[in-house]
Design a protein around this ligand. Structure first.
Ligand SMILES: NC(=O)c1ccc[n+]([C@@H]2O[C@H](COP(=O)([O-])OP(=O)(O)OC[C@H]3O[C@@H](n4cnc5c(N)ncnc54)[C@H](OP(=O)(O)O)[C@@H]3O)[C@@H](O)[C@H]2O)c1
Length: 303
């Protein structure tokens, strides 16, 4: 039986991994995150507090638990906050990864890590794993630096780059889909960019890709994203249609009109054929993902 350590278990992806791995007898799993307790009280899991940026804490936990695999879902993910609070962003997204890599090397564990479309500048679109990286904001720079630490770290690894992850969980950070749904539910008008185009990724698909990667022992960089390429505006209109809200509340704007603090790459769609071939990764399209989210939200109070 493989021993697995999950980092960042309180996040959107981390909570989904807890559900997914909880029902799998093939793994012994220890979940961990920055916060002292696990957010989702309804499932019983083994949980411990771990700040991945704290080298001595990572050393002592990893050397006592001795995982075969570390799944890293921990990161500072707020793009504008990363632009403003650069030291903290570096500590979470680079120093934290360095600490995990150091310990994976020591005990010969594999690291499965999550990165982002924001390592690209968004000028080209339909990116494959070998396309040239060129981040346009600090979040993207830290995530690229984290990738490089892994690639040069001499460890067994998989890096799953993903895009605009949506879903729900307990006290999860607001994501684009939840913001759209909550706003439309309240009757609040929203402005969404027509020129930010990507493949929104349902969190269950991303968690499944991590598990497929762990099961299949594949190595290297993989692009993991949703099946459909849409603009933020189209995604919001699709959400209005699935949830039965008034689409006239959604106004089309250009990215430049939004005044976002950090620059955004505009066209970051992914070619996921490598993951489809090697991992048997078959993601949902936007409508299917939003319908699944709607089912999940029944009974869950939105933030
Ligand atoms: N969300 C997206 O749209 C998106 C897009 C592309 C890539 N990604 C990548 O996907 C991964 C998962 O993202 P997500 O959406 O699940 O993020 P998230 O919801 O923001 O969760 C990240 C979690 O990381 C934990 N964390 C932060 N710093 C930590 C530290 N120093 N030590 C331990 N835990 C720490 C936090 O845990 P506590 O709550 O316990 O503090 C937080 O819950 C990240 O690598 C992100 O860069 C996300």
């Amino acid at each position: 039986m493989k021993r697995v350590l999950v980092c960042g278990s309180n996040g959107l992806l981390g909570q989904r991994l807890a559900y997914l791995l909880d029902s799998d007898d093939g793994y012994e799993v220890l979940h961990s995150s920055h916060h002292r307790s696990f957010a989702e009280e309804d499932i019983l899991i083994d949980y411990t507090q771990l700040d991945i940026s704290n080298r001595s804490d990572v050393r002592s936990l990893v050397s006592s638990y001795r995982p075969d695999v570390i799944l890293n879902a921990a990161a500072m993910t707020n793009v504008d906050a990363c632009e403003r609070e650069r030291e903290q962003a570096w500590r979470m997204n680079v120093t934290g990864v360095e600490n995990l890599v150091e310990m994976c090397r020591r005990i010969s564990a594999k690291l499965i890590h999550v990165s982002t479309d924001y390592v690209f500048d968004g000028k080209q679109g339909n990116y494959s794993e070998t396309d040239r990286v060129h981040p346009v904001n600090y979040y993207g720079k830290t995530k690229l630096a984290g990738e490089n630490v892994i690639l040069t770290g001499g460890i067994d690894h998989a890096i799953l780059r993903t895009i605009l992850v949506y879903g729900t969980g307990v006290n999860v950070r607001n994501n684009f889909a939840l913001w759209v749904i909550n706003s439309l539910n309240d009757g609040t008008p929203i402005r969404c960019a027509t020129d930010q185009i990507s493949n929104p990724t349902y969190v269950a698909d991303l968690a499944m890709a991590m598990k497929l990667s762990m099961d299949s022992n594949t190595t290297g960089v993989y692009h993991i994203a949703g099946a459909d390429a849409v603009s933020r505006y189209e995604f919001a209109v699709r959400a209005a249609s699935v949830f039965g809200y008034d689409p006239s509340l959604i106004t089309r704007v250009q990215s430049a009109d939004l005044g976002q603090f950090a620059p955004r790459p505009l066209h970051t769609t992914f070619d996921c054929s490598k993951a489809k071939r090697d991992l048997q990764y078959h993601p949902m399209g936007v409508t299917q993902g939003l319908k699944s989210l709607q089912e999940e939200l029944t009974g869950i109070h939105l933030n």
